[in-house]
Design a protein around this ligand. Structure first.
Ligand code: ATP
Length: 216
């Protein structure tokens, strides 16, 4: 896609966000700052074709995203994939966005685990025609350490590196922690998801006693 420096630069950060956590928020903040994004669309997936476990209800993941990303002014939580029936394909989302917002430069922000699978995504070559892909490399050191980490993974598509400070947290670990500690998990998971999301999880009894909720 043709791009020029005067086109507004918008990012897209998709995920299950089940639940959203401090790693996702750090990724959003890093992307906004490093890439000079005017807007970052945070898009919870509807039916995740690549995840084997059933996700929590879309309404909960949407509400938690709104709470989690409230601290990033450029972030806008977008529910289009939750509204769509059928599997959530990024390429469909990008086509819709291009039609709605012509003249925008699209930057797709993905983590390392998604980067390793991007070549299996539906019409992934079309995605690369529409958006520039930025792979967040979680490094404990500075940018060069991040580059080194990614070099161990062969990525067979054009991409840029987005170095970010490592935040060791995953939604899988949070679901497991809630299941193990509920109903007293609110305090212990606050540091991982922030107090607002921790309160939401407790209020709606999410992830308690859900065996299926633990596997990825
Ligand atoms: P799960 O543990 O259920 O697989 P997750 O924590 O990886 O979930 P997702 O919703 O699948 O969360 O991830 C959305 C995006 O955020 C992906 O691109 C993923 O690589 C990235 N991501 C996940 N955890 C982190 C983290 N700690 N730091 C930076 N990026 C992350």
């Amino acid at each position: 896609m043709k791009q020029d420096a005067h086109m507004p630069s918008w990012g897209i950060l998709g995920g299950a966000f089940d639940p959203p956590h401090t790693g996702h928020v750090a990724l959003a903040q890093t992307a906004v700052q490093a890439l000079g994004l005017e807007r970052l669309l945070v898009i919870p997936t509807g039916q995740a074709w690549h995840k084997t476990r059933p996700l929590s209800a879309g309404q909960h993941r949407l509400a938690m995203c709104q709470l989690a990303f409230a601290s990033v002014p450029q972030a806008v939580v977008d529910d289009r994939e939750l509204q769509r029936s059928g599997p959530s394909y990024t390429v469909d989302t990008l086509h819709e966005l291009c039609t709605q917002h012509p003249g925008v430069q699209w930057k797709l922000i993905i983590g390392q685990d998604q980067a390793e699978r991007l070549h299996t995504w539906h019409r992934w070559q079309d995605i690369l025609q529409i958006a520039t892909v930025f792979v967040a490399v979680r490094a404990s050191g500075a940018g060069s350490a991040g580059q080194l980490a990614l070099n161990t993974i062969p990525l067979a598509f054009a991409h840029h590196i987005l170095p970010m400070a490592r935040v060791d947290v995953s939604a899988t670990a949070i679901r497991a922690a809630v299941q193990a500690a509920a109903p007293t998990a609110t305090d212990s998971i606050s540091a991982l998801v922030g107090p607002a999301v921790a309160g939401y999880i407790a209020a709606h009894h999410l992830y308690q006693g859900l065996q299926a909720g633990i596997s990825a």
